[in-house]
Write a protein that binds this ligand. Structure first.
Ligand code: PGA
Length: 261
């Protein structure tokens, strides 16, 4: 039985003081929910030091990017060592906004995921098709390519590489986020999400073996809100959610997270 995981993606919202205030509020009102559901917030880089310093081990702090090299002349990037030093748990990688506006590819995203996992940090690897790709009937082709090319570039081939030390909390998670559902208020239907998730798990099984695939968490992302969260969480292959807009207000986000219990 996979433990559910809900992560808020704060994108480029909130100043560091606002982020710290809202993170504190979220931690306080979510109480002991982290005992039943893995919770996290992926925050802008400048907000990470303040949030991670609270050492709220129940609610993880994630970055929204992380480079594959240990260090070097890579202006604007963050290293895994920097994140570890701050007590950041992991990173959301390959988000469609990174792919669309900042030239992220399956290969660069994969390299980022590989470096994180090798350092024992978690990674939520985002994949998903555009509306044009879905309408062309290319959903499976696109998802398969994102996974296969990503893990090839990551140099990740074995179950042990992606699970890590705690089989109940694998280092790798996948977020299936149809691009047309992100920030549009037009979520996929639970049936569409389940179909895509089952296929993602099938491909993960081909790469890492069926046992490993049955342990990896696959999050749905794209217009999840407190009203529709339960319908996703009850799909057999949906193991949680990556939430943008509905994660920005602590009270509403806690309400959403409670649906994952
Ligand atoms: P949304 O964003 O919940 O605002 O659709 C999801 C995401 O981008 O991860």
């Amino acid at each position: 039985m996979r433990r559910k995981i809900v992560v808020g993606n704060w994108k480029m919202f909130k100043t560091p003081s606002e982020a710290l205030r809202d993170f504190n509020e979220f931690v306080e009102i979510s109480g002991a929910l982290w005992d039943r559901v893995d919770l996290g917030i992926a925050a802008p880089a400048v907000s990470l030091p303040g949030m991670a310093a609270l050492r709220t081990n129940g609610v993880a702090v994630h970055s929204q990017n992380s480079h594959w090299e240990k260090e070097g002349a890579f202006t604007g990037e963050l290293s895994v060592g920097m994140l570890k030093d701050l007590n950041v748990r992991g990173s959301v990688i390959g988000h469609s906004e990174r792919r669309q506006y900042f030239a992220e590819t399956n290969a660069t995203a994969g390299k980022r995921v590989g470096a994180l996992l090798r350092a024992g940090l978690e990674s939520i690897f985002c994949i998903g098709e555009t509306l044009a790709e879905r309408e062309r009937g290319d959903l499976k082709k696109v998802l398969r390519a994102q996974l296969v090319e990503g893990f090839e570039a990551a140099g990740l081939h074995n179950a042990s590489d992606v699970i890590g030390a705690d089989a109940n909390r694998p280092l790798l998670s996948i977020a299936y986020e149809p691009v047309w559902a992100i920030g549009t208020g037009k979520a996929a239907t639970p049936v569409e999400a389940q179909e895509a998730h089952a296929f993602v798990r099938e491909v993960l099984g081909e790469i890492f073996g069926a046992d490993c695939a049955s342990r990896l968490r696959i999050l749905y992302g794209g217009s999840v809100n407190p009203a529709n969260a339960t319908s996703f969480m009850s799909c057999p292959d949906v193991d949680g959610a990556l939430v943008g807009g509905a994660s920005l207000k602590p009270v509403a986000f806690v309400e959403l997270c409670q649906k994952a219990q």
